[in-house]
Write a protein that binds this ligand. Structure first.
Ligand code: ATP
Length: 364
């Protein structure tokens, strides 16, 4: 894969064809990725896909098998170059805050500022605490803080030395849902204001969409798609990426004359040969329902099996029917106010922008 040509010529952080193996396991394979100053890139993927290994390579905690790592035009790892972690000047934020219990919040942040002049340290630490909304807690000890507050202090400690690169490994996963939203928001704004390049690991697609300017989806050590969140959501490169951004309806089909026949009508399948097996992927929110008392159960209509209110949306379990008579169970996600009764017949219309056709798995 060529270098990332969309990125500015000097990236804050750049992986150049980085590979790392643990024995026979290739954890990261030929990774090419750049992060610009002020940009947040999320590494997203399932457990074991190599996200943390990539982050640890950037931090200098792991030595790659091959490739080069650059920061701000400086080679940190390459043939005969290996800059140790403490000389990389990156900010690190891990899941487990790792604050010193015997130091106050202020002293925890000052601890990371030993390279600064002593007279400047308190001011820099207070600036960083203000950035994450924790200046009022400067004199308290970590054990008196909630998990979310501790994580904000950890972020302040990472940002206080004004690093050009911040690396975050699942920084919100130890927090409960309510705290997670709050800390995520604070982190988003603090990173924006800091101007640092941020590389963040997450396995949560919604979190990646919330935080990232660009998302790098990984699978089995490979970067499978890189782009802005909208691009990944609306133009996934394959079924794996499509399914990673939320539950999908997925079923096999056959391409014929540039379309695939489905219970919701024809879906465009440009570029597929006649008779080619395909996988059709339809997001539940792509299915629009309306009452159809006079309809007949068949293509274009669906029978309701069950409706479940999920809050802002409802999940409707549907039974649909192909022209062949074969039935297909689909999920529709509709506005929460719409809960059609069991056994009712619904007209079903497809939003084609949320339906995708990929080569059938048997064919790939
Ligand atoms: P998770 O989300 O579960 O943390 P991940 O995407 O961050 O997963 P990595 O931790 O980078 O994935 O692991 C990638 C692969 O490398 C996995 O197969 C893992 O088992 C393997 N691996 C990671 N660290 C080591 C190690 N120290 N020794 C041997 N194998 C390792």
């Amino acid at each position: 894969m060529p270098f990332d040509t969309d990125a500015p010529s000097v990236s804050a952080l750049e992986f150049r064809n980085v590979t790392h193996s643990y024995g026979a396991v290739v954890a990261v394979s030929d990774l090419v990725l750049s992060v610009s100053a002020g940009e947040t890139v999320c590494l997203l993927g399932p457990s074991g896909c190599g996200k943390t290994t990539a982050l640890r390579i950037a931090a200098g905690l792991e030595t790659p098998s091959s490739g080069e790592l650059w920061m701000g035009g400086r080679c940190l790892f390459g043939p005969s170059v290996h800059v140790p972690p403490e000389q990389r000047g990156v900010g690190l934020v891990f899941q487990d805050y790792a604050l010193f219990p015997h130091l106050s919040v202020l002293d925890n942040v000052i601890f990371g500022l030993e390279a600064e002049k002593p007279a400047a340290r308190k001011g820099l630490a207070m600036d960083a605490l203000s950035l994450v909304g924790m200046a009022d807690y400067a004199d308290v000890y970590p054990h008196t803080l909630s998990g979310g507050q501790q994580q904000r202090v950890a972020l302040a400690r990472a940002l206080a030395p004004k690093p050009s690169v911040v690396l975050l490994d699942e920084p919100f996963s130890g927090l409960d849902a309510r705290l997670r939203d709050e800390v995520r928001d604070k982190t988003f704004h603090a990173l924006r204001q800091s101007g640092a390049a941020a590389l963040m690991v997450t396995h949560d697609a919604e979190e990646a969409m919330y935080m990232a300017d660009r998302i790098a989806v990984m699978r089995d050590g490979l970067l499978v798609q890189l782009g802005v969140p909208k691009e990944l959501y609306q133009k996934p490169s394959d079924k794996f990426v499509a399914a990673f951004f939320g539950e999908v309806n997925s079923f096999p089909g056959i391409a014929e004359k540039g379309v695939v026949e489905t219970p919701m009508g024809h879906i465009p399948a440009p570029g597929f040969a006649d008779g080619q097996p395909v996988d059709v992927v339809v997001r539940p929110e792509a299915l629009r329902l309306s009452p159809a008392q006079d309809g007949v159960f068949g293509p274009g209509y669906a029978k309701v099996l069950s409706s479940r209110l999920l809050g802002r949306s409802s999940l409707v379990h549907l039974c649909t029917c192909k022209t062949t008579g074969e039935e297909l169970h689909l999920h529709a996600r509709v506005h929460g106010a719409y809960m059609p009764s069991d056994e009712s017949l619904q007209a079903i219309v497809l939003d084609e922008s949320q339906a995708f056709v990929f080569p059938g798995e048997a064919a790939t």
